[in-house]
Design a protein around this ligand. Sequence first.
Ligand code: ASP
Length: 583
Amino acid sequence: MRDKYCGAVDSNDIGKQILLSGWVFRRRDHGGLIFIDLRDITGIVQIVFSPEISPDAHSMAGELKQEFVIQIKGRVERRPEGTENPNIPTGMLEILVYSLKILNTSRALPFQLDEDEPNEAIKLRYRYLDMRRPEVQKVFITRSRVYKAVRDYLTSDGFNEFETPMLTKSTPEGARDFIVPSRLNPGMFYALPQSPQLFKQILMIAGFDRYFQIVRCFRDEDLRADRQPEFTQIDIEMSFVDVEDILRMGEGLVKEVYRTVKGHPWDMPFPRMSYDEAMERYGTDKPDLRFELPIIELTDIFANTEFGVFKKALAEKGTVKCIVLKGKTLSRKDLDVSVDTAKQMGAEGLIWIRNENNAFQSPIAKYLKEEEKSMMSQRLGLQDGDIVFIMTGNRQKVNELMGRFRLYIGERFDLIDKNLYKFLWVVDFPLFEYSEEQKRYVARHHPFTASKTDIRGFNGDYESLKSKAYDLVLNGVEIGGGSIRIHRKEDQFEMFKLLNIGEQEAQEKFGFLLEALEMGAPPHGGIAFGFDRLLMMLMGLDSIRDVIPFPKTQKGVCLLTDAPSKVAQKQLNELKIRLASDK
Ligand code: ASP
């Protein structure tokens, strides 16, 4: 139905007759001529209807409205001097139309494609219209190119691609499962996979050595800004490897994705940081390194302090930590707002000190000894105008609050260079973490993660153990994570014991893996990258919804199809399901 795509018409076509198909994008009438931007997936080209060239086509063109689908035949011409548009590839050309065929009409659209973005609800309800916008098309074309880049990169490195079941058993990522009733086994349910974790381990035991899958994962969590109930991972597993091998491979892959999206290579190695350092220095396991503003320890300086607040913190084995804001002038109001913000975050208080003319200005200045002030000045390298923000209390809590406060200060005072990309490997995660909800220690990554040290003969100090788990962070967002796995059954059982998972429960949930571990499981490990989030960040978009063709709203609703929806009583009967609300 066409000789070429609209965006592909070029100067070699000048003088030739051409057949094109596409959508009516913009239209301008002047001087008896009708100009239309004809659009398809590749771009736009200007077509011109003149009563002198074809009175029929010209009069039909009078009826064309936005988004009519048309086919035209015409001659490619150079545009008259002064009317060229250097901003588009076909901007030097136009097509004088001889004949026009209307392939389909369009009713008036709920929003104009070439105007400001419609609101989110309209956009998702009419996703197919939103997707006609060239900038949105570009996102999904890039997404498609990245699938290919990932596949090429990994297959040329010896990886085999697999598919693993969607109808499966609960997997161990610790979120809530989506479940699917089984008609053939009434009362039984499949779970949609939170990740293919156990299957990829099984594939290593099967001897495939290197596995990957670009795979949909499902987690029934409350949706925050960059979460979706179903999302895509680049899932990877390798045999006969240790941490170093996975990081090297993962880094190469992410650089390849970067190059594919950005069009230029990323040459620098990704820096590394231990989990402990990340927590102490940035108050989070995903530091945003686009700005420095480290959290600095002051506790030792105040070992003999007379100042009540510090004294109390130290007596409770707590900590005194600060960040230093340099080169900004803050009003008293700014300082008050900072204090309020810290309190809203959950801090008991926030102390500020302004260093002015080598003197501390602060509500607490008079309580500090000269020696303490000078040690602070030295450690923090204080200069005129610098502002120190201090928090005290339980170390973990101070780190966490300071981390959030650091991000607030970074945003509030424009310290974050939005053009930067700061990758970071965070390594040596704790093996366990305490779950307030379950009132016990749970696996920080998942229960198949290997410990860095031997856990046999464990002394009871859960927090002292480190794992062979790692995360990749980009600009303060986790974009990947994985671990070396436990590959011997004894170790896996030891781990379950520490997690208080009884033998029966372990058999019920993961029996197939445990059995496989007994039959020559090789050492193995892997990683999964959040495909949507990585794309969102590299393309500089605000929401994960922007890179997912048919995303769901915060309430998990698909506005295009209206899923989730009720089902027919017959379907429920077949599944032997009765709704509690029908009782
Ligand atoms: N299955 C893990 C996840 O989805 C990744 C991994 O350990 O490879 O987070």
